[in-house]
Design a binder for this molecule. Structure first.
Ligand SMILES: CC/C=C/C/C=C\C/C=C\C/C=C/C(=O)SCCNC(=O)CCNC(=O)[C@H](O)C(C)(C)COP(=O)(O)OP(=O)(O)OC[C@H]1O[C@@H](n2cnc3c(N)ncnc32)[C@H](O)[C@@H]1OP(=O)(O)O
Length: 260
């Protein structure tokens, strides 16, 4: 039984809706990652499901990204386990044979943005409070190569380089302009817009669309698959550095003080 991920049958045949519900901010904790992987595996094996709309149960925060508390003050074995789970989620999403449509109904930084970038199409609610992007450099860390590759595959090299160096979080109109999302709609129309685009994608025969998707994505997937263990060791080495730990602690403190 999953607590942090809700899977519902969509209003249209063949469509499931996967909702994030990990309060307070839908951070990708280890438990959340594991529940997501299990839910995605079940959906992948369900022949009746051809498409999945991915969204947050409560509007406001789509995903707050990776859970910073999983990357601060822990031991190397924990960092390795956590990173393997992050890799696993990305591999499941990016290689999914289903049509994935992200209905972005809230803040979507870093790991949240990555999850949305694995989808085939992104619709974002037109709310200036919501932003999306790979903001890692603002935290004093760097987006790993496969985060970078996923962004490059979406927006191209120049736009990705600029966005990554600056750690830009784009509001909806800018996100559309740069191509990080495909469509921006009034907030109350988000779910219907996602279902409408899903219907267009499902009009294509599955086998042709799936083979095309695999052809487009395989080179990027292979890069990680062939060096998964090295990537884990690289993450553990970097995240364990005192300077990185200090940077993450400072960022977390700033988030906590924001309220005070
Ligand atoms: C080979 C590899 C090489 C490696 C290089 C090394 C490292 C690279 C590794 C990984 C890449 C990292 C990816 C990430 O995803 S890092 C996370 C990035 N996320 C963010 O920057 C978002 C931060 N959060 C926010 O901006 C806001 O919280 C948000 C807009 C989501 C919501 O704002 P709101 O005002 O509604 O809530 P808050 O009061 O800010 O937060 C409530 C509560 O939640 C805590 N919180 C927020 N975000 C996170 C998070 N991502 N992880 C853990 N906890 C989080 C926040 O501190 C508050 O806690 P508390 O005060 O205790 O209630």
């Amino acid at each position: 039984m999953s607590h942090r991920v809700l899977v519902e049958a969509g209003p249209a045949a063949g469509v499931a809706v996967l909702k994030f519900r990990n309060p307070p901010v839908n951070a990708l904790s280890l438990e959340m990652l594991m529940e997501l992987v299990i839910s995605l595996e079940k959906l992948e094996n369900d022949k009746a499901v051809r498409g999945i709309v991915i969204t947050a149960e409560n509007p406001g925060i789509f995903l707050a990204g990776l859970d910073l508390t999983e990357m601060c003050g822990r031991n190397p074995a924990h960092y390795a386990k956590y990173w393997e789970a992050v890799q696993e989620l990305w591999l499941r999403l990016y290689q999914s044979s289903k049509v994935l449509v992200a209905a972005i109904n809230g803040a979507c930084p870093a790991g949240g943005c990555l999850a949305s970038l694995t989808c085939d199409y992104r619709v974002m609610a037109d709310n200036p409070k919501y932003t999306i992007g790979l903001n890692e450099t603002q935290l004093g860390i760097i987006a790993p190569f496969w985060f970078k590759d996923t962004l490059v595959n979406t927006v191209g090299h120049r736009a990705a380089e600029q966005a990554l160096q600056l750690g830009t979080l784009f509001p909806p109109a800018k996100a559309l302009q740069v191509g990080i999302v495909d469509q921006v709609v009034p907030e109350e129309q988000l779910q219907s817009a996602a279902l409408s685009v899903m219907a267009q994608w499902l009009a294509i025969p599955d086998h042709a669309r799936q083979l095309t998707k695999t052809m487009m994505r395989k080179p990027t997937v292979d890069q990680l698959v062939k060096q998964r263990e090295a990537d884990i060791q690289s993450f553990v080495g970097l995240i364990s550095q005192d300077s990185i730990q200090r940077a993450l602690q400072t960022y977390l403190q700033k988030l906590r003080q924001k309220k005070g």
